[in-house]
Design a protein around this ligand. Structure first.
Ligand code: TRP
Length: 391
């Protein structure tokens, strides 16, 4: 008899937990529904969105992320980090995925990952992301997010994936070895990054647009197939930065792992050395002409971003003083602009346990969100047999 009572109490407890989870899920759903899931506006830029965000920041949930393949650089800072900070200050909810599983699409998981991930968290916080409000997480630690990949894979065709420009590029880059299965399907995984929290605003570079498009397609197909009366997933919108795309110091695309960037974490001397070695051209007169003089214009862009004024004005002031003068200006203004960020980063990187706490907290919050979404997905797909978050 006694055993029976205990059994009943246990069932009662489980029932209570199920109800609590369902309430949380419903509350979440109600909140997301307000974000007009039918919205199919095309790509937007930050300036274009300003008014809507100021009017109702709570209508937006931002998800974005950076592969942990090296320290973030000034291109990230001006192109995306500053935007995230600004939007967060306006009251927009911000989730940042550190997509560690994306690093194994074409290589082994390196032993430096823990350090790289901590470095990213330090970059984020140094740039001004508020860890008490943002959810910063690694996707390997959020199993429920990864599980969404299975139903999502069923919603895309192999031919569609083969057409994805980034996947095609990666196949070429793999030099005949051919893509891994994860490489081939990583845009679907990325759709899970975006849709697990039902984000509706995705700040990305142009190269990522096909991925956001695929996330939109998956959202639409899921809704059509499993929740036609009331769309479950909102349509995520890509958000492009208005900042000029910075080139690397060798004139090619600036990349974390290309050795041609100025890392946020670089010190003043390293910055000076990198800028001094930057490629220029043979004309003494300095003019702003991104088409014909990409390297000179890129240096002018950096100075302009730091000084928050037009690149052409800076060019005019330098005039015939040549590339050496331009470089001195870039070094000085960049170091000045970066000083407070670098000081914060230096403090943060000393406190590894704090960085880990931020991450642990982010992972936990991401899991709560992902569990609720997965439970709802199961319900929509008729694969929820015994109730509860995982049943
Ligand atoms: N693929 C992105 C990159 O290489 C990183 C990324 C992963 C991402 N998941 C994301 C970006 C979700 C935006 C949204 O930079």
């Amino acid at each position: 008899m006694h055993g029976n009572l205990q059994h009943l109490a246990a069932i009662q407890r489980i029932a209570d937990q199920v109800r609590a989870a369902e309430r949380a899920e419903l509350a979440n759903e109600a909140r997301v529904q307000r974000r007009d899931p039918h919205d199919a506006r095309p790509i937007v830029t930050v300036t274009g969105l300003n008014k809507a965000i100021r009017k109702d920041p709570s209508a937006f949930r931002i998800l974005t992320g950076d592969r942990p393949t090296g320290p973030l650089h000034i291109g990230h800072l001006f192109g995306t980090l500053e935007n995230r900070v600004r939007l967060q200050r306006l009251g927009v909810e911000l989730l940042v995925v550190i997509p560690d599983y994306q690093t194994i699409t074409d290589r082994d998981s390196p032993a430096s990952l823990p350090e790289d991930v901590e470095g990213l968290v330090a970059d984020y916080l140094a740039a001004g992301i508020d860890p008490t409000r943002a959810v910063i997480f690694t996707h390997s630690q959020v199993p429920e997010l990864n599980q969404l990949m299975l139903p999502f894979l069923s919603l895309v065709s192999v031919a569609e994936l083969a057409r994805n420009p980034t996947v095609k590029e990666e196949i070429v880059a793999s030099e005949g070895r051919g893509p891994s299965g994860l490489m081939f399907t990583y845009p679907v995984h990325q759709a899970a990054d975006i849709l697990f929290c039902r984000a509706n605003l995705i700040p990305v570079g142009k190269d990522q647009l096909p991925h956001v498009e695929l996330a939109r397609t998956i959202a639409r197909r899921f809704n059509d197939r499993y929740s036609p009366d009331q769309p479950f997933f909102p349509q995520p919108q890509p958000l492009l930065s208005d900042a000029p795309l910075l080139l690397g110091l060798d004139g090619r695309k600036m990349g974390k792992s290309r050795g041609n960037s100025i890392p946020i974490a670089a010190d003043e001397d390293q910055t000076a050395q990198l800028i001094r070695a930057a490629k220029t051209d043979r004309y003494r007169h300095i003019s702003y002409d991104p088409e014909r003089r990409p390297e000179i214009s890129n240096l002018l862009d950096i100075a302009a971003l730091c000084q928050r004024r037009p690149a052409a004005d800076i060019a005019e002031e330098i005039g015939d003083h040549g590339a050496a003068t331009l470089k001195t200006i870039v070094i000085d203004t960049l170091n000045q602009r970066m000083a407070p960020i670098r000081a914060r980063r230096a403090e943060l990187i000393k406190d590894r346990s704090y960085l880990r706490t931020v991450l642990r907290h982010g992972n936990e919050r991401a899991r709560t969100i992902a569990s609720a979404t997965l439970a709802a997905v199961h319900r929509h797909m008729h694969t929820r047999y015994i109730g509860g978050n995982d049943g």
